[in-house]
Write a new protein. Structure first.
Length: 242
């Protein structure tokens, strides 16, 4: 495993992208940073994290996906990997909030940003960016954020945690194709607020209550509305209000 540890960088995802473009890369190359000056979150948001306290890492995975239909399976497998490792530290009440936020109770522990680059030969290189709040204790202005320390009350070694997550992702990636049913099943078993009435907001700002029924294999959220009809939404089309 090739691990590159950086002190400060704009974004570990961007750094890894640059490495790929320079052709200097090995499958499962891991980049970690003590601090990111321009960390990227889902849908154009920013990801901020206190220096030296948390896990900010990117992992390169190649030769797993060869078509875009399986991208959401990969996404689910990565989220399950992170959640399963956290469970092994006895972090309580973990779940995955669609599509891939990592939760403890109703608070967010971390998030995942996967960027897929389709190469000329049709193969896909994935850059898995993981931001996990580990030893940070203060989340001023972020009422729904928490950390492993805040849940467990003990400090966690960041290198141990990073290695465990990479090993788990490697395992799932190498077994993705014969574990698709299991991945889908586990993802649903661990899905935040599945089967419970929850508040949502659509793209036009309409707020409504609905029940999460399912997530399709292409990553759409399927909810049941108050009139009992079903509707499916892509990530950019709906947000869950906490
Ligand atoms: C989210 O919005 O929940 C996803 C956050 C992903 C943040 C991580 S931190 C390491 C990697 N580098 C980035 O710039 N972003 C991801």
């Amino acid at each position: 495993m090739n691990i590159i540890k950086l002190d400060a960088i704009d974004s570990t995802n961007e750094y890894l992208k640059q490495l790929i473009s320079n052709k200097l890369h090995q499958n499962y190359t891991v980049v970690t940073a003590n601090f990111q000056t321009n960390g990227k979150g889902q849908m154009g948001s920013t990801w901020s994290s206190e220096a030296g306290k948390n896990l900010t890492m990117s992992i390169l995975v190649q030769d797993v996906l060869n078509n875009s239909q399986d991208m959401f399976y990969f996404n689910m497998a990565v989220a399950l990997s992170v959640q399963e490792v956290l469970k092994s530290y006895d972090v309580s009440n973990t779940s995955i909030k669609w599509p891939n936020d990592i939760m403890s109770g109703k608070n967010k522990l971390g998030g995942i940003l996967i960027e897929n680059l389709i190469k000329q030969d049709g193969t896909i290189s994935s850059i898995i960016g993981i931001g996990l709040n580990v030893n940070q204790t203060n989340f001023d202005g972020l009422p729904n954020a928490t950390s492993v320390f805040n849940v467990l009350g003990t400090t966690i070694d960041l290198d141990d945690l990073m290695l465990k997550i990479v090993v788990k992702i490697q395992y799932y990636s190498q077994n993705l194709f014969h574990q698709k049913r299991e991945i889908l099943e586990k993802y649903h078993q661990n899905l935040f607020r599945i089967g419970m009435p929850s508040a949502f907001e659509d793209q036009s700002g309409n707020r409504f209550m609905a029940i999460i029924k399912n997530v399709s294999t292409d990553g759409k959220l399927i909810i049941q509305l108050e009139d009992d009809s079903f509707k499916s939404f892509g990530v950019k089309e709906i947000k869950m209000l906490l």
